[in-house]
Design a protein. Structure first.
Length: 164
């Protein structure tokens, strides 16, 4: 979406992202809404200096951010699959690009990140594909991160992939 067509206020941005239709079956058969399903659009996830993710109020450069969570429940020897979809509306393109740059730096700064009380990721690898380099045909920029997903008290490693 171009800057001229994007919502210009926090209330308009929150209304815009709430209207985006995302059904669990968009991710495949058997997916369902996870509890909690939706975040507060006046907050977003911030990686602290201690490498712990926390929900914080939006900075002035961000109008709204909404995360919706989905799960494919565990079945027949397969662990559950978790999907989160976040839409963030920045005041301008520069703010969005700055957010992408910070995301790249976070994997370098925090090799292990705590997601919540029991889940963490480590060994993150990040790759950015700016549109100008012709490796990305669907967005101004894209960022992919992959790593290892761990749950305290459970054996085995899972894989994590974030696409921004």
């Amino acid at each position: 979406m171009t800057e001229g067509r994007a919502p210009g206020t926090r209330s308009a941005a929150a209304a815009f992202i709430r209207e985006l239709a995302v059904r669990p079956d968009f991710f495949g058969p058997g997916f369902r809404k996870r509890v909690p399903y939706e975040s507060d659009p006046a907050e977003w996830a911030v990686l602290g200096e201690d490498c712990v993710w926390r929900r914080k109020p939006l900075p002035g450069s961000v109008l709204a951010s909404l995360t919706r969570a989905f799960v494919l429940p565990e079945a027949k020897g397969r662990k559950a699959v978790y999907v989160s979809l976040t839409v963030t509306v920045h005041q301008n393109v520069l703010g969005g690009r700055r957010d992408m740059a910070v995301s790249l730096e976070e994997a370098l700064r925090c090799q292990e990140q705590r997601l919540n009380a029991t889940e963490r990721v480590r060994d993150l690898y990040s790759q950015a594909n700016p549109f100008a380099e012709e490796r990305n045909a669907i967005a101004d920029d894209d960022l992919m991160e992959s790593g290892v997903f761990l749950v305290d008290g459970e054996k085995g490693l899972g894989r994590v992939r974030w696409v921004v």
